[in-house]
Design a protein around this ligand. Structure first.
Ligand code: MN
Length: 277
């Protein structure tokens, strides 16, 4: 089973984790998982050759009409790249052929929460063990931080994991973390040496921003620019409702409020968003 997930995203990794555990315990026990992150980029998002598993699943990412994609879960408003893709999905629902394999509901805050709902209601799979993971996927993906300060300080384990996931350029990191998400509490995932080694530099950077607002402001604006340039073609940018939490620099908007540097950044973003739309 090859599982494609939204890369550099806590909900993407959590979705891959929950889907895998559900699949192994409810659909087929004798299975090996291979994880592949997907990012939004120009041109075609998928390469048919990638779908080389006996089964291929996509979670928290756009729809592919490929017959090789046997499972799909998404909650983004912009899930379909074209009207043809949407018709293809709807045809599979209407004739029942994909009714229990392809799932879409843009009302869910997180894809992790959506997968849990489907696993419970359609497959009678008890997800109560994963309550912590689902809870935090909803908070992170919904940008429902308890306060600006908690978002800035990233004290909760899920917040620190989010920082690590979003900032790492090591392609092996998230695939190593995914199986742990359904095996142990998030604090324990954080305590794994290969994860813990990445957390402290993150914390130092965050605290540098807090203690040195002018420096923090420069860093934040640099990140905003890099993000805007690097993902100017990201179709998710059209996804107004869920913009911030899928786009780390934009989510920094919430953080910047806590750093009292929101005005410039918001002006920059306002300009940036107009040009992209
Ligand atoms: Mn998501």
């Amino acid at each position: 089973m090859r599982v494609f997930y939204h890369d550099k995203c806590f909900d993407g990794a959590s979705s891959a984790a929950l889907f895998s555990r559900f699949y192994q315990e409810r659909i087929r026990g004798d299975v090996d998982f291979v994880y592949s992150g997907l990012l939004h980029r120009a041109g075609s998002l998928f390469d048919e050759k990638q779908f080389d598993g006996d089964e291929n699943a996509i979670v928290d990412f756009k729809y592919s009409p490929s017959p090789r994609v046997t499972w799909w879960f998404d909650h983004h408003l912009s899930a379909f790249l074209t009207p043809e893709d949407q018709q293809h999905f709807e045809a599979g629902q209407a004739d029942g052929s994909k009714a229990l394999r392809h799932f879409y509901d843009p009302n869910y805050i997180s894809c992790t929460g959506f997968i849990a709902h489907i696993a419970q209601t359609k497959f009678n799979y008890d997800t109560s063990r994963f309550a912590e993971l689902i809870h935090w996927a909803n908070i992170v993906d919904g940008a429902k931080y308890e306060s600006a300060q908690s978002a800035v300080e990233m004290e909760a384990p899920a917040m620190r994991l989010t920082m690590v996931i979003e900032s790492s350029s090591d392609p092996t990191l998230i695939p190593r973390m995914i199986p742990l998400f359904t095996e142990m509490p998030l604090q324990q995932v954080l305590d794994q040496p290969f994860v813990a080694a990445l957390v402290e530099p993150q914390r130092r950077d965050t605290h540098a921003r807090l203690e040195h607002p002018p420096l923090g402001r420069e860093v934040a604006l640099r990140d905003l620019r890099l993000g805007a340039v690097g993902t100017g073609i990201d179709p998710l940018l059209e996804d107004g409702r869920r913009l911030e939490h899928h786009h780390a620099p934009r989510r920094d908007r919430h953080f910047l409020a806590g750093l009292r540097i929101s005005a410039d950044a918001l002006a920059f973003l306002a300009h940036d968003e107009r040009t992209e739309r």
